[in-house]
Ligand binder design. Sequence first.
Ligand code: G6Q
Length: 540
Amino acid sequence: MSLKSWKLLESNFQKNAQKKIIDYFAEDAERVKNLSIRWESFYVDYSKNLLDQETLDLLTSMAEESGLSQAIEAYFEGGKINETEDRAVLHTALRQIRPSSINVDGKNITPKIEKVKKQMFDFANQVISGEWKGHTGKAIKHVVNIGIGGSDLGPAMVTEALEFYGNRLQLTFVSNVDGDHVEEVIKKVDPETTLFVIVSKTFTTQETLINARTLKKWFLNNAPESAIGNHFIAVSTNLEKVTEFGIAAQNIFPMNDWVGGRFSLWSSVGLSICLAIGPKNFKALLEGAGKMDQHFRSADFKENMPVLLALITVWYNNFWEVETEAIIPYSQYLRNFPAYLQQAIMESNGKGVDRNGQPVNYQTGNVIWGAPGTNAQHAFFQLMHQGTKMIPVDFIGFAKPLHNGNDHHDKLMSNFFAQTQALMRGKNAKTVREELTKQGKSPEQIEALLPFKVFEGNRPSNTLFIEQLTPANLGSLIALYEHRIFVQGIIWNIFSYDQWGVELGKQLANEILKDFDKERIDHHDPSTQGLIKFYKKFRN
Ligand code: G6Q
């Protein structure tokens, strides 16, 4: 990495490598004030990290030196920053608070965005109110979203996260090409009262098309062909393929290639979300994201949440050589937020060549994982506290619960705070000795137990503390992570918006599929031949 500030950060790292987080607190009485941000309903505390003001200054200089300011403008203004696919990256255009014109290929895209939004809202209102009927005259009760990857993870995560704001419609998501997934869905739905929403930007995705065909076939075993119009809806850019599938023009919700799959929940891909929570809440979700966009675009880097959090990730990833980052939401509603972010982050920044096509000689995308607290505390937290790896954590929590019950929420919050504290402070030998003495252990017993009971601490975390889980706050939270991905991509000088790494497996799967009916498979490697042979024994 040739950036000047990178070299300075290396020296800063060497200088402070032995320092502990608690030392930084001891040095600076104002640390929390200096290393936290209060914005709208958010309180982001990044003081429990292995860095000081000098590190942060160098990190923000590095952002400047990387050309981040200009890159942000190109991103929002519709520059074709997804160079390898020759596309703009404009999910932000879908959630402008005050819609203004944005040009792609010399054409203002804003009027079309507003038109599609209106189409979504009108449709959602009709379905929710019961005005939209199934083919036998009954109101729709169940919506099945058929999609995969970006056409599934975002809609599914948000629908689940905002379940509290749901209406009478029941939502189910089918994604896996594994027939067991779709068969379990079929068991639950009634052909008279179910709406199928096929979501596929390209309308060529194998998994989605086979699931859609299987559901259509099952539907037509239970309903006449003329009923398709009441029950099958599509979201796609590929109007020709959707029409071929048998969906009428008025049942197609268009989208554009300037929205990437994993960032598409804000577009018509979010139709299932809009059905689940209604247009008013969907608009609030967009507005929350729009506010975060404004913050990201206008706040000074030193007070800019996506920028600072991105830089902290780079700090650990590239200077501390940390491989993974855990995301722990203290909300059962956000149980799939880590899985959603795994795609957003790892598909975007899991790249090994830079923007010039040269192999990078530094680490890029980090491994993202996590599960909701407190459950995770009873599962993998042991390794985070006492294992040999340093794992920076994002703790995400909400000050006000959605359901009444301070009894539960106080307990949840006390765990939320305790974990960040325990990771940072650990427990030293002196405290362990005192505790064991109080328990009446002998000096020999104490010395034998001591190494197991000491926590070295000094494990970093960010706390993203938000007033309440509302559609608007969720919108802001997702947008925060989206921009964090963008910033990291700029620093690492990689393209964050393509995903060529997904292609090879798809290609080979299509070739292997053809070989199941062939005698000769010796063009495959010996291991794969063995696996295909074993499969063929059981295939009927
Ligand atoms: C996301 C990826 C990918 C995509 C799926 C589904 O950024 O591009 O996850 O969303 O492969 O693609 P379709 O929507 O075209 O079916």
